[in-house]
Design a protein around this ligand. Sequence first.
Ligand code: ATR
Length: 281
Amino acid sequence: MKRALVIGFPIAQSRSPLLHGFWLKQYCIEGSYEREEVQPEAVANFLRTLPARGILGCNVTVPNKEAAFAACDITTERARALGAVNTIWFEQDVMWGDNTDGPGFVAHLDQVHADWDRNAPRILILGAGGAARGLVLPLLDRNPELIAFSNRSSERVERLVDDVRHARPGAPVEIVDWAAKAGALGRFDLVINTTSAGMLGKEALDLPLNAARSGTIIADIVYVPLETPLLAEARQLGLKTLDGLGMLLHQAAPGFEKWFGHRPEVSAELRAHIVSNLPTR
Ligand code: ATR
């Protein structure tokens, strides 16, 4: 029986077992996908025990992504750019790590708005934390005309843009002042909220969308609630939208394929299964 895990601290809230469990059943694979609570200090040792336990690999969630990165023998370029991994597998006894969050976002974008990158899009990313960083390389790979970043604290966004310029000299990146972001919306084709504003129980993102052009895609990586206040306003204004759940579903696919040997489909049925298990309050 093929086995994989998700590790984090705490881990009870992880939806990964639900979605991998759905695929295992759908493809009639004899396998298991479980959750284990592991503290960040214990991650390196824990990961080394996996092959002896017959476990093929794992997903890693907060706050363990950096510790897992440090423990890997080999990491992908996009994981190194972040210093964080969310997917681990073994080749012989070599431990590999990748970060599939950013590619998961882009795969969802391709699925829902297939022509989004037809004319070198102009992209605005709100936020400068780990989630924003994860999007940079996968989006740059699609040759945008511009990626602009805007963040509440300017110091953090300046550091992010410096890091991007270092990793990709000549990359078309700039900063939009946090106070100027609403007025700047008309310049962008894709706007992505990577801040935690709008999450269930938190204040909404303060971003009126009146200045956005028709045809602009408003994306949120928050998925509880599935329709954040930002996405609700975008819908009411007739703008295109992209919710955060698709990124969660698509980031899981590469790990599933590595461990269980089948490239899974992110289908409407899978989505409905996860949606029916999301908290509503
Ligand atoms: P993650 O790894 O998910 O990106 P993070 O590293 O804690 O999480 O980053 C959270 C991001 O959300 C940051 O950009 C943060 O802005 P600051 O750098 O100014 O703290 C942003 N954020 C959180 N709450 C916010 C709010 N209410 N309004 C605007 N930005 C917010």
